[in-house]
Ligand binder design. Sequence first.
Ligand SMILES: Nc1ncnc2c1ncn2[C@@H]1O[C@H](COP(=O)(O)OP(=O)(O)OP(=O)(O)O)[C@@H](O)[C@H]1O
Ligand SMILES: [Mg+2]
Length: 401
Amino acid sequence: MTASLSPGTEIYPGPVSARPRAVVPDGAIGPTPDVEIVDVTKRFGTVTAVDRMRLAIAHGEFYSLLGPSGCGKTTTLRMIAGFEQPTEGEIFLDGQPIAGVPPYQRNVNTVFQHYALFPHMDVAQNVGYGLRQRKIRGTEERRRVAEALELVRLGGYDKRRTWEMSGGQQQRVALARALVNRPTVLLLDEPLGALDMKLRKEMQLELKALQREVGITFVYVTHDQEEALTMSDVIVVMRDGLIQQMGGPTELYERPVNRFVADFIGTSNFIEATVVEPPDEGRHVAVRSARGLTLRGRVTDDEATVRVGDTVTVASRPERLEVVPADAAAPVGAGITQINGRVQQGTYLGDQTEYRVLTEEAGELIVRHQNAAGAGGAPGVGPGDPVIVRWQRDANLVLAG
Ligand SMILES: Nc1ncnc2c1ncn2[C@@H]1O[C@H](COP(=O)(O)OP(=O)(O)OP(=O)(O)O)[C@@H](O)[C@H]1O
Ligand SMILES: [Mg+2]
């Protein structure tokens, strides 16, 4: 089992749109996804926790469900695990419908934020719990427990008491316990949430490496965009129970389809504008802001219809902008926008310096300069200084959603 054989890349080429669409194209032949969520809605009374979700999770991939608190991430996991039933729609595991199949008969395991280890058992007994439930005992149990502990780098810890271990170690025991049965899919609900930042970052890389090694499909829930970018093959961005966009980390960062995604993943500058020229073949449009700034940029959502007169938002990433002292401005080349402003604030962030610049034509813009060795940020630029903010046309992302 290798992740490079991921079937999803062939059958579901780069799903980018926020809109629901067919999970498997009509007539498609190919490997069955590990999990298919087909038109699933989950309501709790008047709350719609998950709204008409369509999602195919390909084998051997690392999926993240990313979104703010209350957007339906845990509910989605709980439906896959069998702890909740969909109000509408259907879920398939390995191509089989699973309505009515109890959680313990589903070939999935879950790791929660709070590890819920059994305090009266040592590490080996905790890890072997799922095996003993399946009547696997003795030498076979020991062999598989040892293997799972090796995987999470806890070889030799068999006899330790779990309450003697650190948070990170306890979470590894929980992982080993979930992996020992070799489930088809491992569901992880904010499993690193209780760890401090440094350990959390270490564990992110370890988890990713572990997933590659075992080749088991991971569905990972987080509200931390950086975590999702670090670990995932595919990120599913959710809001109010609705999938906003799904795709690889680069795609989501460089081509967010709407303002919510552009704002939730990374930082963006936003300029409200009206379309003044229709899209060309490359889907570039000309837009004009309320304050008269004309910009050109590419429409990020391939599915969106954009017409003259439509209101859109132009997003740009702070690292794609540059500030220079007002008197040092270079001539405006083709495809370059230059506007005047005044630095409100400059913040040294170690690897970079962030400037907040108030401009007449585009309001406040955030600009980030990488800090080269010995020098921080843009030369000769500080709070109160008149500056020019400049950027290339290809920094402009035109968001129709
Ligand atoms: N058992 C329940 N009864 C009633 N409402 C529920 C129940 N479980 C979830 N909800 C509601 O469904 C919505 C989605 O909840 P869910 O736990 O899936 O969110 P989440 O994305 O996991 O959020 P968080 O990041 O805070 O964990 C919320 O509005 C929540 O209040
Ligand atoms: Mg949750």
